[in-house]
Design a protein around this ligand. Structure first.
Ligand SMILES: *Cc1c(COP(=O)(O)O)cnc(C)c1O
Length: 361
């Protein structure tokens, strides 16, 4: 019993704190890595039209067959190698339910996306954390030794890594598979389309590799909650066993399918954001007074020479919200900037140079 007289949850759940990311209503929001632009109007119209024909009194297609087939086509895999969830977070949860759980371990490399360890703990999976180099890259030798010693059931990589932007070197997945032959290697590619390299080309039925992607960032559809993975067909069979039946609503399935017909616009947005990312990285380096880490994503991690939390506060006062990681272990003194529209990025750069002077004064 807890103090309130209510029953206590599992001890490990009681010890958890929930996901937290401050939200504020300011003119320039560059804090959660969303797309700065909404999806094409034409897509929204097509979706609303299609919804009128959905038989709402019937359950949706449980296997999301049409959506999986269309995604498989786009990714160059078979439909049996695709699994969909309500956001990639649900895909990660299904992977942990099927391959993690009590008595099993998941390996991560900190600092990385907080939800990997958070969802692991919720599913009762023990988390073992390896580290990264000072520039946040993963040392292949160190990582191989780590997983060889820890014998995890799952190894989570994140490339480009949130929040550092780091893209893993080619060959890292193969190296880790060799070192931990019993493990499923999961590569979270939520930002994969912004980078020059992807592990998706290596997905095959006889390779223990899963690549997870999402509509939340590149498809400008964070509100939709749709994610997916490419995996060996036998892995997908196990994910289908643990996910709740009819997890994907008809509305989600239709949207996911129709969005794929607008991939030209999506690719334009990705190109615009990659261009803006490179421009902002250049401008930040010209500004000086901070370390700017290389990024393959739609966000940039910086470590200012001045007090980073004060800088974050000054930016907020100027109507620019970015992400404050100054108190996150392994990220001390860093801030993460999501790449926005050209105007938003200009506003950020102007506010930043003024705020740096204020904090330094
Ligand atoms: C944003 C993000 C996701 C997205 O989660 P969804 O549930 O698909 O919205 C997944 N992984 C990483 C690393 C992210 O940054």
């Amino acid at each position: 019993m807890t103090g309130s007289g209510l029953p206590a949850p599992r001890d490990d759940i009681a010890a958890l704190s929930g996901y937290f990311s401050p939200q504020a209503d300011v003119p320039v929001r560059l804090n959660t890595n969303e797309s700065p632009v909404p999806p094409p109007e034409e897509f929204v119209r097509e979706w609303c039209d299609a919804l009128r024909d959905v038989p709402l009194h019937r359950y949706p297609d449980r296997g999301a067959g049409a959506l999986r087939a269309a995604l498989a086509d786009r990714l160059g895999v078979r439909a049996e190698q695709v699994f969909c969830g309500n956001g990639s977070n649900e895909v990660l949860q299904a992977l942990l339910l099927a391959y993690g759980g009590a008595g099993r371990r998941a390996a991560i490399f900190e600092p990385t996306y907080a939800l990997h360890s958070h969802i692991a703990m919720i599913t009762g999976t023990e988390v073992v954390a390896g580290g990264r180099r000072a520039d946040f890259s993963i040392d292949p030798d160190g990582a191989a030794a780590f997983v060889e010693a820890q014998r995890p059931s799952l190894i989570f990589l994140c490339s480009p890594n949130n929040p550092t932007g780091t893209v893993d070197p080619p060959g890292l997945v193969a190296r880790l598979r060799q070192a931990a032959p019993g493990a499923l290697v999961v590569v979270d590619e939520a930002y994969g389309e912004f980078a020059d390299r992807s592990a998706i080309v290596d997905v095959a039925d006889d390779i223990p590799l899963v690549v997870v992607r999402t509509y939340s960032k590149v498809w400008s559809l964070a509100a939709l909650r749709l994610g997916f993975c490419a995996a060996p067909a036998p892995v997908v069979e196990n994910l289908d066993k643990v996910v709740l039946p009819y997890n994907l609503s008809a509305a989600t399935q239709v949207a996911g399918l129709l969005a794929l017909r607008h991939s030209a616009e999506m690719e334009q947005r990705v190109a615009m954001l990659r261009g803006e990312r490179d421009r902002v990285v250049g401008a930040l380096r010209d500004l000086g007074s901070m370390t700017v880490y290389d990024s393959g994503a739609n966000f940039i991690l910086v470590r200012p020479d001045v007090d980073a939390h004060s800088l974050w506060e000054r930016l907020l006062a100027r109507g620019v919200l970015i992400r404050d990681f100054t108190r996150r272990p392994g990220l001390g003194g860093t801030l993460r900037i999501t790449v926005g529209t050209p105007d938003e990025n200009d506003a950020l750069l102007a506010a930043l140079s003024a705020a740096i002077e204020e904090v330094a004064a």
